[in-house]
Design a protein around this ligand. Structure first.
Ligand code: SF4
Ligand code: FES
Length: 242
């Protein structure tokens, strides 16, 4: 038996005068296929069969690259890891898809992430303080040392957390939860030597770690289940005790 799934997709084309608006699409899906259909599968099918101009980002297709984050039924999610069946779409309701909030939109579901990645570069996303060949020899970590940063290493830099943060909406210089989680990962890596350069960037009342107001939207948004606020709190302790 076939089921008709309705989608309401936010469209925006900078070359048209139409402005941002929603368009409805329908997809006929068999009961059997519905169990496996992700929002990304649906978008690809709609693009192939209904409207080739529908624009969205995706790469890995399995929750590793972070490129397919978007607002799906009022929650930031990864399109490739969101099954349509889990959105409980009944007759008369629809899957609503919009670009990540708080980021400028380039086209349809594609956002401009330049500022987001600029913040990531600011936190120095690498092990710092090792400059000689000897320095770069293999270094082992104890299970405890790895455990300290393990949760933060799960971050795929998808932007779902930062996009949901009201502080980030208000202050475009605030590093945001993703950059702060990743700062913790690099700062607290047992192989990192230079702590002070990164702490100098993080120790800022408005734009750094102290800008976090613990709204908790970011925890709710993270598709990897990372407790972003707990990590930011831990990062605050690292900054205080530096
Ligand atoms: S912390 Fe979670 S939501 Fe934020 S960028 Fe990393 S994976 Fe995405
Ligand atoms: S396409 Fe890579 S996370 Fe979805």
């Amino acid at each position: 038996m076939m089921k008709k799934i309705a989608f309401r997709i936010n469209r925006y084309d900078p070359e048209s005068n139409e402005g941002s608006h929603f368009e409805k699409f329908y997809l006929d899906v068999s009961e059997q296929k519905l169990g496996e259909l992700t929002v990304l599968d649906a978008l690809r099918e709609l693009k192939e069969e209904r409207d080739g101009s529908l624009t969205f980002r995706h790469t890995c297709g399995h929750g590793s690259c972070g490129s397919c984050a978007m607002l799906i039924n009022e929650k930031n999610r990864l399109a490739c890891k969101t099954h349509v069946v889990d959105l409980e779409v009944d007759e008369g309701s629809f899957v609503e898809i919009s670009p990540l909030p708080g980021f400028p939109v380039i086209k349809d579901l594609v956002v401009d992430d330049e500022r987001f990645f600029d913040h990531d570069s600011q936190i120095m996303p690498f092990i710092s303080g090792k400059n000689t060949v000897d320095d770069l020899e293999e270094e082992r970590q104890t299970p405890g040392e790895l455990d300290r940063i393990m949760e933060a290493t799960e971050c795929i830099n998808c932007g779902a957390c930062t996009s949901s943060c009201p502080t980030y909406w208000d202050n475009e210089d605030y590093l945001g939860p993703a950059a702060l989680v990743r700062a913790f990962r690099w700062l607290e890596d047992s192989r990192n030597v230079d702590r002070n350069s990164r702490i100098g960037i993080l120790d800022d009342e408005k734009d750094g770690v102290w800008g976090c107001n613990k709204v908790f939207n970011c925890v709710e948004a993270c598709p990897k289940g990372i407790d972003t606020v707990a990590i930011i709190e831990e990062l605050k302790r690292s900054v205080i005790t530096a």
